[in-house]
Design a protein around this ligand. Sequence first.
Ligand SMILES: [Mg+2]
Length: 128
Amino acid sequence: MDKQHSVMLVDDSLAMLGVIQIHLKETEFKVVATARNGDDAIKAFCEHKPELVLLDIVMPGKNGIETLGEIMGIDDAASVIMASSLGTRELVEQSIELGARNFVQKPYEREVLLDVMRNVIDHNQTTQ
Ligand SMILES: [Mg+2]
């Protein structure tokens, strides 16, 4: 396998975190941190500096949009992919305006998730 890319997963649902981790098994992506709320996500982002962040939008407390804003304030080159369920189109658009690189629709389909993640990594590699 080529070089692995570090990823942080953020979702308030433990079950959802489990699903994503299964999807990423035996791929080039290595989960270096998980968080279940915005504050923990920001702390873990600073600690691990992951190449990619997969960030749930709907979370109790600090939501994904607010969390995204703080992450981009810490590192404006951060690569963040938002995760949204149906009916959150406006939130997705807001996220892209704030600097998110892309979004994936929940529930996750493995191939779609991997495609979106690979596109962001490829884009980073060609613009470096
Ligand atoms: Mg959620």
